[in-house]
Each structure stands twice: as C-alpha cells, then as structure tokens.
Design a protein around this ligand. Structure first.
Ligand code: 13P
Ligand code: ZN
Length: 269
C-alpha cells in the first residue's frame, strides 16, 4: 500500500515508536476508548516530494495563530481513534498534516484524511512554544494515567509542587528521570484554546503537567522519552497508593536524602 512512510526509514521509525507507546498506554489502562493523543513534529524528515504532496482535506482551522509552525509537518493521532488500534495501524488511526502559511490553519496530506485529535490546539501550541525557545523536544503526549488523575481530585495536590515533591520522594529514580517535576493546570475544557494557553504557561518550568481531573501532558525529545517521564511519575503514585492501602502514610525519602540524590545525579534543584 502507498504510504508516506515507504522508503523513509527515519520517519517510519518515529511513527513506529508512537505505535509502540500507544500499545503501552493501552496495556497500562491509561487509554480507554479514544483516550489520549500523540503528536510528533516530523518536519526534519520532510523532503521535496512530501512538500509537493497535495492536500487530501479541506483547509482546517487550528483555532489559534502559531507563527513558529509555518511550513511545519506533524504526525497526529486521529480524533476518536483508539490507542490500541493505533498500536497496530498508526497510519489508519493518525495522519500527517502541513501547517499553512497563515500559521492558523492546516491541511491533511497523508496517508488518509483522518481528522486530527481534538487536543490539537494544546499540542500545536506546545510545539510552537518549543520551536520558539530552541528546544530539541519533538514529541508530545496526552494520556489518562489512573493514579495521577486520582491525586488531582484532592485540593492538597493542586498546590504548586506538592504532588511533584511527594512523587519524587517515593523512589529515587523518579527525580532522576523526571527532573523537572509535575506542573499543575487547573481544570479547563478539553480541546480548548484556554487549556492550550494554560499548558504552555507551565512549560518553562515543567516537562510534564497535570490537567486537573483529566490527565497529563508531557513533552520530550521523542515519544518514548515523553512516555517514560509519565511512567516514572505514575509508578511513584502507585507506591503512594500501595502504602495508603497498607494503612499508613508513606514516609518518603528525607530532605537530606533528596538533596544528596539531586547533587549526585547533577539534577536541577
Ligand atoms: P481525541 O480522540 O480527540 O484525541 O481525544 C481524546 C482525549 O483524551 C481528549 O482529551
Ligand atoms: Zn484526554
């Protein structure tokens, strides 16, 4: 079958990684029905043939103007598509889009006219921010991790850095592999530009943010690394829940132990 991935091994490898992550999200119970979404900035893999590919959709509006995305290309999970299906057939459950010169609209170019995720405003606003700030990050992930979402139902964990600091203290690796912690975004309507704006307002300080009572949004160099950051945070949340289920509040690593670990691993304070 004709596919944009044919004879483009580097591009195919990135999309295959998204498919692999989609399978993990389903296995973890974080991707009920169509829950969660993935976008990849694939502009670096685009050749003249791709640049000349005709649109296979109407011109569609992003809902906001994103000047750094002019001429960029993204792989996007399709709206209402299931991660468990994307895991096996990424180009039937996602599509490649081209951002047009007005920076506020896009067209689908391959392989099929699969409408992008409803969270496109957040994903694209984040990619716009990353390019503006010269970041090497190319992938963004939104998912519904059970225990992290549960924590966002308690006001105590909605204060800045309370949940993040607690999660870091559950096991040393969490700070090592999610060194910027967990930002908190108060509830906003899914798919809204307000949610997108709130998300980018936290990215200067965090790679992973919690959308209150909804899920998390993570960015990293590739989709596997973005997944890993959420995975270590949720592992800590599971340890916290396990201790609570045994009937006690977990002690957590002490401040001295955290400080020692932060210095030994050369992590941000
Ligand atoms: P989509 O199916 O539109 O990607 O939406 C899933 C989701 O998790 C919305 O927040
Ligand atoms: Zn969601």
């Amino acid at each position: 079958m004709e596919s944009i991935l044919n004879n483009r091994p580097a591009l195919a490898a990135e999309v295959e990684k998204a498919a692999e992550v989609a399978g993990y999200l389903w296995q973890k119970g974080w991707a009920e029905r169509n829950g969660g979404n993935i976008t990849l900035n694939i502009t670096e893999f685009v050749d003249d043939e791709i640049r000349n590919m005709p649109a296979i959709s109407n011109v569609l509006s992003i809902g906001t103007c994103l000047p750094y995305l002019k001429g960029c290309y993204f792989y996007c999970k399709g709206t209402q598509k299931r991660m468990r299906d994307l895991a096996r057939r990424p180009m039937e459950n996602g599509a490649v889009i081209r951002i047009l010169d007005d920076c506020a609209s896009y067209v689908i170019i391959a392989d099929q006219p699969v409408m992008p995720t409803s969270e496109l405003p957040s994903h694209l606003s984040v990619h716009n921010y990353l390019i503006e700030h010269g970041s090497p990050y190319k992938a963004s992930l939104h998912t519904h991790p059970i225990e992290l979402i549960a924590m966002s139902h308690h006001p105590r964990f909605l204060k800045d850095d309370v949940a993040g600091t607690l999660l870091w203290s559950m096991i040393p690796e969490t700070k090592a592999f999610c060194p910027r912690g967990l930002g908190i975004i108060p509830y906003e309507l899914p798919g809204s530009v307000k949610l997108a704006d709130a998300t980018i307002s936290k990215l200067a300080d965090y790679d992973v943010v919690m959308w209150e009572k909804h899920g998390v949004f993570a960015v990293d160099t590739d989709i596997m690394s973005a997944f890993d950051q959420v995975d270590v945070l949720n592992k800590s949340a599971l340890i916290y829940v396990a201790a609570k289920n045994m009937g006690f509040e977990p002690e957590g690593m002490t401040e001295t132990q955290m400080k020692e670990m932060t210095e030994a691993f050369n992590l941000p304070k």
